[in-house]
Design a protein. Structure first.
Length: 331
């Protein structure tokens, strides 16, 4: 068995960005169903903040990170879709991508097309696969057709800017919200049909005005507590409230009866990891994402780059809403 040394970012307890520690770890050979991958770039996501803070509880100590791209160095028994030397990218459980080198399950790792750079691959997998399952798999009754209105909160974030572009390619009328005029302009530039600054405007009133009082077919919401109540009122009858994050805090308990009062609406709480639970599903979603990017329908915007050693600052910026588009850690 060979062992190599890798820098990695770990936390020993939940807390603020100060808990993120750069450590040296030993990396061995992959076992059955595993690969060893040397990262060229690592993606940052809001789920990393949830795991660090303890909103999502995980055993300690915890090596952080859910997304990266690099080159396969070794392949374990039973792995047939990857070989040594392949360029690859992933969004995957368990956490551990904040590092130079790791051994991990091969199931959710996909070959990265030559036309997509390592940085783009690291930035796009978790956010791009999230946009894919939202727009293609998390659908209201009757599905979505060209011309339909959808409301997308945090439209200038990493997932949001991908969703704006993809929705435009699908012919959807995406109404994007963001917390500043600059972020609204960014969402508009990336394909949002309408934008709302929820810091200065009542997004419910604007949605009703934009849709002629009818409301939207679906709300895609990663903000959580702060946008929940008004979002339900933005929905047309039989509309779908699709919650997929808690940037402002988790949504509190609510009485199911209000869903009837508000127009027999549906509510769902989605996670990417349910959608990529199988090798086949992961590959199908990744193929759709790769096609969207290589065809030019979707451009992956990387606005922030941080050395691995500055990961704490990256988390501070993410939590302070200072970032737009995608952020990556460089190695």
């Amino acid at each position: 068995m060979t062992t190599q040394t890798s820098r990695a970012v770990r936390i020993d307890q939940n807390g603020g960005p100060e808990q993120l520690k750069l450590v040296s770890v030993q990396v061995g050979d992959p076992g059955p169903g595993e690969i060893r991958i040397r990262h060229h770039a690592v993606g940052l996501n809001f789920i990393d903040v949830y795991q660090r803070s303890g909103l999502y509880t995980l055993p300690m100590p915890l090596q952080m990170g859910m997304e990266a791209a690099g080159v396969v160095e070794a392949v374990g028994e039973g792995v047939t879709h990857l070989k040594v030397g392949d360029r690859a990218a992933y969004a995957s459980q368990p956490p551990g991508s904040y590092c130079e080198l790791r051994v991990m399950p091969a199931k959710c790792v996909c070959k990265l097309p030559d036309a997509i750079s390592f940085e783009t691959g690291a930035a796009m997998m978790l956010k791009g696969l999230t946009a894919q399952y939202l727009l293609k798999r998390t659908l209201p009754q009757g599905g979505l057709q060209a011309g339909d209105f959808v409301l997308f909160h945090a439209a200038a974030g990493g997932v949001g800017l991908i969703a704006c572009q993809w929705a435009r390619a699908m012919g959807l009328q995406l109404i994007g919200t963001a917390g500043s005029d600059a972020k609204c302009a960014l969402a508009k530039e990336h394909g949002a049909a309408h934008v709302i600054n929820y810091a200065t405007e009542d997004f419910l009133a604007r949605v009703k005005a934009i849709t002629g009082g009818k409301g939207v077919k679906v709300v895609y919401d990663s903000v959580g507590k702060d946008t929940w109540d008004k979002s339900l009122d933005c929905l047309a009858p039989f509309g779908l409230m699709a919650s997929f994050g808690n940037a402002s805090g988790p949504v509190g308990p609510f009485a199911p009866g209000i869903l009837g009062v508000k127009g027999s609406i549906y509510v769902t709480r989605q996670t990417l990891f349910s959608h990529i639970a199988t090798r086949e599903s992961t590959q199908a979603m990744a193929d759709d994402l790769f096609e969207a990017v290589t065809s030019g329908k979707v451009h992956i915007r990387i606005d922030q780059r941080y050395p691995l050693a500055e990961v704490a600052q990256a988390h501070r910026d993410l939590e302070a809403r200072k970032t737009t588009g995608c952020s990556v850690l460089t190695l």
